[in-house]
Write a protein of this length. Structure first.
Length: 383
């Protein structure tokens, strides 16, 4: 009954642990959940109000495939002004972020093409590439270089079959942030070898310590070969809205647009009005959430310092820590063990690739009280 192409695709490791934590809670366990990367804040009120107003005004019908014109314009303005990407409104497609990743890979990767992507990396990149018939080539990142994807690592992996380099900065699961030099070096490789770049920048606003996010599509000569993807989920606490965007040069935009037309048609109409409010109203809510994430990061790093069996350098962005642990269990067993014994839910590092083994991903997009209690439980369990 099931098509061959899906047989080797694994379940999403993050979603699986989230669901398991939910089941345990339903059984009455007092689980502290560090599983899924989802801000615990409510979507800011003005965004909710804008979507409600749209519903009240009957904005419940089809739009054109690429999305609400005013929202596309607002995204283009931001991509140009804040990211330095030389795009026009016509390069912007509104679509759920994950859908953007899936469509971009489907529209560019032929069977047998090689896709270089970080390892560890977010759980869904590899399945998307596999579904397209591509071959995943892991660019292993190291703790000692802050889990950044280094141009010299990528250079060694390029072959005549390489089609795409996939980037994700700030990164899930490591919280690494690419430097300007990293981005420049990878851009040079992409140009020299005529490669497509998919740059997932969904955590672009969640960077700490005064660091700056760099978009590779802003590098000279890169716009024509790059699809930049971002969204509302993480920046505006809008995970359930399923709303994001991609910015692509015309030929790629057209190819991706066909998949959008033949799959979801377009992103939900009234949700797009919420997205418009998110981008065009003052950004104080974003600043407040990022400040809170930064404080939580400092708190979790301080508490982790008291657990001798966990080792982790301070991440620079996103809302994850990815410590290495001491212990004989593999990371999946360890995650299940901690759920059972400590009632702490997190994701085993191997869900993010082979290089994630012996690590745990802790999402600290949850309140400080939870962080304190969860880390105290982990300390006890590791002791
Ligand atoms: N990206 C988030 C995570 O890694 C949300 C889950 C998902 O969509 O995979 O936890």
């Amino acid at each position: 009954m099931i098509a061959d192409r899906i047989k080797n695709v694994k379940d999403s490791g993050t979603m699986r642990m989230k669901e398991l934590a939910g089941q345990k809670k339903a059984e009455g366990k007092k689980i502290i959940s560090f599983t899924v990367g989802e801000p615990d804040f409510d979507t800011p009120k003005h965004i909710v109000e804008a979507a409600k107003k749209a519903l009240d005004e009957g904005k419940t019908r089809y739009l054109d495939g690429p999305g609400l014109p005013a929202l596309r314009e607002a995204i283009a303005k931001r991509a140009k002004g804040e990211n330095g990407i030389p795009c026009e409104t016509s390069n912007v497609m509104v679509t759920p972020t994950k859908q953007a990743i899936f469509m971009t890979i489907m529209a560019t990767v032929n069977p047998g093409d090689e896709v270089i992507m970080p390892d560890p990396a977010w759980v869904s990149y590899e399945p998307c590439a596999t579904l397209a018939g591509g071959r995943v080539v892991p660019a292993v990142t190291k703790e000692e270089s802050g889990f950044r994807v280094l141009p010299e690592t990528v250079a060694e992996l390029i072959t005549p079959k390489t089609k795409m380099i996939l980037l994700n900065s700030p990164s899930n699961p490591c919280g690494s942030v690419a430097t300007k030099d990293d981005i420049k070096g990878i851009a040079d490789l992409a140009k020299d070898h005529d490669l497509v770049v998919l740059s997932d920048e969904v955590y672009e606003k969640i960077v700490f310590d005064g660091l700056k996010h760099h978009s590779i599509a802003a590098e000279p000569g890169m716009f024509d070969r790059t699809v930049t993807i971002s969204g509302f989920s993480k920046t505006y606490a809008m995970t359930g809205w399923r709303l994001g965007w991609l910015v692509a040069p015309k030929p790629l935009f057209k190819a991706v647009g066909k998949i959008q037309q033949h799959s979801i048609t377009h992103a939900t109409t009234f949700a797009q009005y919420g997205g418009l409010a998110a981008l065009t109203e003052p950004q104080d809510c974003v600043n407040a959430m990022v400040k809170e994430f930064s404080e939580r990061r400092d708190l979790i790093m301080r508490l982790m310092g008291d657990i001798p069996q966990l080792h982790c350098d301070t991440p620079k962005g996103a809302f994850y820590v990815f410590p290495r642990y001491e212990g004989k269990m593999d990371s999946e067993q360890m995650a299940l063990h901690l759920m059972d014994k400590a009632e702490v839910a997190l994701t085993g590092g191997s869900a993010f690739g082979g290089a994630g083994e012996q690590h745990l991903r802790i999402s600290y997009a949850t309140g400080k009280k939870n962080i304190e209690e969860g880390m105290a439980r982990l300390k006890k369990a590791f002791a």
